[in-house]
Design a protein. Sequence first.
Length: 350
Amino acid sequence: MGIAAGEGKTMSQELVRTAQSMGARSRGILAADESTPTITKRFAAIATESTATSRRDYREMLFRSAALAEHISGVILYDETLRQQSPDGTPLVEIIKSHGSIPGIKVDTGAKPLAAAEGEKITEGLDGLRERLNEYYALGARFAKWRAVINIDSRLPTAHCVRVNAHALARYAALCQEAGLVPIIEPEVMMEGDHDIERCFEVTEFTLKTVFEELQAHKILLEGAVLKPNMVISGLKCKVRAGVEEVAEMTVRCLKRTVPDALPSICFLSGGQSDVDATAHLNAMNAGYETPWNLSFSYGRALQAAALKAWHGKSENFAVAQRVFAHRACMNGLATQGKWRPELEQQAAE
């Protein structure tokens, strides 16, 4: 049985409202969707055992921060976290919602080697996705995330790799919107390598063009979707790395060539940048350029790294870790308005 016209219109309106809220000016998205193996590695760096309880305690500490109400529009969760409750029995989803923030969920099952394509990957997780999305909606999620990995060097990526990942992103996005969830579409051109910013521009432009061709073919409602791209930036091993203004100019130029105006928001990934670099680049875009979309953030490590170190696995450090997290969120909130300044970082350290 198909969806009645009135029901379809109501669902579309909900998708549009949610997508607009996710990229609202002065706010951005907290990516707290680290897989269990990934967060275990991060906990090991602060000599903290990774258990279901310690992972819950750490994330609850972030979710109870005042930063959520002021600067975090949405939180991407891992499956485990979406189902967890605080010690007092409150679902973590409800804590997020109580701050006016929107719960979301990572739904891909990871990037795996692409057959017959040395050095390239394809993201998996489409099997059974329709049923999982319906369950996640019932659990309180209102958006989802799927990440495609595009490796880059002098010969990569191949057009085949970009196309199959774009196709998977579009299939995922269609299933999300069918279930009433806003899809975050994340094609990440990786920072690893010695490529220069011009090579990153070339690959990012081709990747985004291909992604939006597939989204159009799959009849995605762009007004009810969010793009989470990489910035156009030099590789981490590039001998002469581009400065802040060049990153901002080339990123905005690339987006204007490839992203339709109908999309409400672009929430950048940090992709291995330092905390301050990710903030500075976002700020330069908003301070220097007019765009048809809100330019915001969807950061994981660039929001959490300092707070994780301050927490150090100890409940007595909750308050200081929350202050550190709130500062980072505030800096990025200012960057969405082009109002961040380097001296604000120095003042916080004094």
